[in-house]
Design a protein around this ligand. Structure first.
Ligand code: SAH
Length: 193
């Protein structure tokens, strides 16, 4: 459940939005596994009949997430994939109800391993293809690190041009925070065309 100080962390705010997007038995994607907090959240949300594909390019991410899921007895409904999210269409063949992106670098790990504009964009495009009607792609964006602003601009350029007959695109951001607060983009596929 959402904690009392729920308007402080972008990943918690994200859960307010996607809470009702994911149903029991759904197939979903965590495009940026990291330490696996979101992967675990998704695995719980989809239930024992659902499935989560989770991507990261760092071996450490796989290890730490594997441990987290094993402890929670959730490993059977998750596939941890050591590959870039830009290749997700090689792995995910079904329609999905949700794809999560948490861009940037992994706190407490190597800050040189960051998501990159070109691969991020390719992965977002793949996600939109895989999305089922009323499914949502959620993108948490950080601009405080080198390359972050460039990545944000490229993501915005793309999502701004999405046809409103096909997609709803929503932005959420902190307006009174200093030091490059994160922001969130949500894209809902309206229906199949
Ligand atoms: N959601 C995570 C935090 C993700 S941080 C959590 O809850 O802990 C961003 C992650 O994206 C890092 O672990 C980084 O290794 C990963 N990453 C960077 N480039 C990637 C790519 N092309 N494909 C998949 N993951 C990537």
């Amino acid at each position: 459940m959402i904690k009392a100080k729920f308007l402080t962390k972008i990943t918690e705010i994200n859960k307010l939005f996607i809470e009702d997007v994911i149903s029991n038995g759904d197939i979903v994607v965590d495009a940026t596994m990291g330490n696996g907090y979101d992967t675990k959240y998704l695995a719980e949300k989809v239930g024992e009949n659902g499935f989560v594909y989770s991507f990261d390019i760092q071996e450490e991410a796989i290890k730490s997430t594997n441990k987290r899921l094993e402890k929670a007895n959730l490993l059977d409904r998750v596939k941890l994939i050591l590959d870039g999210h830009e290749n997700m269409e090689n792995y995910v063949k079904e329609e999905v109800s949700c794809v999560l992106f948490n861009l940037g670098y992994l706190p407490r790990a190597d800050h040189n391993v960051i998501t990159r504009p070109d691969t991020t964009l390719k992965a977002i495009k793949s996600s939109l293809k895989l999305l089922k009607p009323h499914g949502v792609v959620s993108i948490a964006i950080y601009t405080g690190h080198e390359g972050g602003m460039e990545e944000k601009n490229i993501v915005y350029e793309f999502v701004k041009e999405l046809d409103q007959n096909e997609f709803n695109v929503l932005e959420s951001k902190f307006v009174n925070q200093i030091n490059n607060p994160p922001q969130l983009i949500l894209i809902e596929k309206k229906k199949e065309y």
